[in-house]
Ligand binder design. Structure first.
Ligand code: 2AM
Length: 569
């Protein structure tokens, strides 16, 4: 029963909605959309089976309802070093905190998404799983942990979860309660990671004056900073995006990297290998279907076995501190070289992860550029362990010539959008390629005649080579599309200067803008996002005259209201 009226005659709304105890609740937390998709896939199956269920994004979940749930599935990713996705911060904090209720009547299961190239693999999912058990809930399946090849684990988990739900709800659910509260699903995207659209390259220019012309493969492994502005045509694709969305791309691993892997494993790239009914030359498998840059634990386990290295086997023992460092400092090719092993083509392909999606924040607004999407891409290159290293996807993008093609799709990011109300001010913090979405934001706000002000904080190592889109920003200041620009060039003087230093210097104004209803956005590296958050806490505390706890509450409220959004990677 819910409320006074329901005791006698339940109102129609209450009858249509299955009572909490008789339905499945699926809560998801997702940063890049993978966990959302996994949760949606389960929800669709559950609905098709006629089971009462609802699907709720973690930040929309009313945690006070937790105590009345009877069946809960949590699908959640773990970011990098063990953080929750932004939309699940509140949910995770609530569960971990003292206010979390005892849950003796709850049955639950957790699906984690993560990346075995990080030591705290699926840490958030594991901690939620352990915490729910601690609160007295009954685990109906071991926590499932999916690596980049999500479906390998998520697919079977979905079927088990569905079967358990059918079993449990069949008993609990009265037959009249089969109408669920439904979160509308987004229409299936036409182009996807599995079926990308071949976008034509319209331009590929260096923003840093360090271009290695048209030589992506030779470029691979070079160590100078090179940032590219890439314009792609979406003409004929029907692909739509909003500023804040990302473009997913499917890359080919650079030839030099494929060759290096073949050399280190002493395998023949021309040998035809058949996996799951597909027969391709080994070099082609490596170029298009497997992760060749980032290292993973399963690969290390296979390598330990095949190389017979006791050192490596010891590193993989649970609780070994050396593993995190190995994962952080080495790429696949480094360990293949360091521990020569007896590889067979199919064993190598089985040990490598399927090629994962690469997402780049879109740097344009369709209202200005029409059927195009612009990207701002850092071309990775560095020297380590006696060899040159480069980015797999960024190396591929660097090598694209005008007229060439890139397989793409759109990955929406609904949490990162210009304010619906154009009169709101926006504060954008985006050092390095983190500036990309803000180029789109400023274009969008100009094209829609938004009357609010735009304030950009940008940072780079050097003014000379790092001031991305310098001429455009200066034009925008002149034409009134941009109202304030604060810059932090970290290496142009003896002391490091970062965007958070500029934020602190401008703390008073920044706080006033926020008090006036401004929206705040942060895009760029995870470490920068954390340091900026710390600076914001100090700014809010000192300019509002409150303590640290109140400042945290202030920012957390902004986050919940969608006025403080982060896109960090
Ligand atoms: P650095 O490389 O000199 O340390 C874009 O990459 C800019 O972000 C660079 O100037 C870089 O400085 C800077 N940066 C690196 N770490 C940062 C952090 N934790 N917070 C803010 N900026 C950072």
């Amino acid at each position: 029963s819910r409320g006074p009226a329901s005791a006698a005659t339940p109102p129609p709304a209450a009858r249509a909605e299955a009572a909490p105890g008789t339905r499945l609740t699926i809560v998801y937390g997702s940063q890049t959309g993978n966990a959302r998709r996994a949760a949606e896939a389960l929800f669709e199956r559950v609905q098709a089976a006629g089971l009462p269920a609802r699907l709720v994004r973690a930040d929309a979940y009313a945690t006070r309802e937790l105590a009345s749930e009877r069946l809960l599935y949590v699908v959640i990713s773990t970011q990098g070093e063990g953080d929750p996705p932004d939309d699940a911060i509140g949910f995770v904090e609530f569960l971990a905190g003292r206010r979390a209720p005892k849950l003796p009547e709850l049955k639950y299961a957790v699906l984690g998404l993560g990346d075995t190239s990080y030591a705290d693999f699926c840490g958030i999912a594991c901690r939620i799983d352990a915490r729910l058990a601690e609160l007295g809930a009954q685990r109906i399946a071991e926590v499932a942990m999916a690596d980049l090849d999500i479906d390998t684990v998520a697919g079977p988990w979905r079927e088990t979860a569905l079967a358990s739900a059918a079993e449990l709800l069949k008993v609990a659910a009265p037959s009249t309660a089969h109408v669920a509260t439904v979160t509308p699903l987004r229409p299936a995207a036409s182009w996807s990671h599995e079926r990308p659209f071949p976008a034509e390259v319209l331009a590929n220019q260096s923003l840093s004056g360090r271009e290695f012309r048209g030589t992506g493969f030779r470029r691979y492994g070079a160590i100078d900073k090179d940032v590219r502005h890439i314009e792609l045509s979406l003409d004929g694709s029907g692909l739509a995006y909003e500023p804040g969305d990302a473009l997913g791309i499917r890359h080919r691993n650079p030839e030099l990297l494929v060759a290096a892997v073949l050399e280190a494993t002493r395998l023949d790239g021309d040998a035809s290998v058949s996996v799951g009914g597909d027969a391709l030359p080994l070099s082609e498998w490596l170029a298009t279907r497997r992760e060749l840059s980032r290292l993973s634990r399963p690969l290390l386990s296979a390598l330990a076995q095949r190389s017979g290295s006791a050192d490596l086997a010891a590193l993989l023992e649970p609780g070994q501190p050396g593993l995190a460092a190995l994962l952080a400092d080495h790429q696949l090719i480094d360990v293949l070289r360091r521990w020569p092993a007896d590889w067979q083509p199919d064993a190598l392909l089985a040990a490598l992860r399927p090629q994962a999606q690469r997402l780049y924040s879109i740097a344009s607004s369709r209202k200005r550029v029409g059927d195009e999407a612009h990207l701002t891409v850092d071309i990775l290159g560095y020297h380590a362990h006696g060899h040159a290293h480069g980015g797999a996807a960024s190396g591929f993008l660097a090598a694209l010539d005008e007229g060439g093609q890139v397989p793409v799709y759109v990955e929406p990011n609904e949490r990162f959008r210009v304010p619906a109300d154009g009169a709101r001010d926006v504060i954008m913090i985006g050092p390095g390629t983190g500036v990309a979405p803000f180029r789109g934001f400023v274009q969008e706000r100009a094209e829609t005649g938004a009357s609010g002000r735009n304030w950009l904080f940008f940072g780079a190592q050097h003014f000379n080579t790092g001031f991305l889109y310098q001429a455009e920003w200066q034009d925008a200041l002149r034409t009134g599309e941009l109202h304030r620009l604060d810059l932090a060039f970290s290496r142009d003087q003896a002391e490091k200067v970062y965007v958070q230093h500029r934020l602190r210097e401008r703390g008073r104004d920044l706080y006033d803008w926020l008090q006036g209803g401004a929206h705040l956005y942060v895009c760029g590296a995870i470490a920068m996002g954390k340091d900026v958050h710390a600076a914001l806490l100090d700014i809010v505390a000192s300019h509002s005259g409150s303590d640290a706890e109140a400042a945290a509450e202030y920012l957390s409220t902004l986050q919940k209201e969608g006025r403080y959004a982060r896109d960090v990677y």
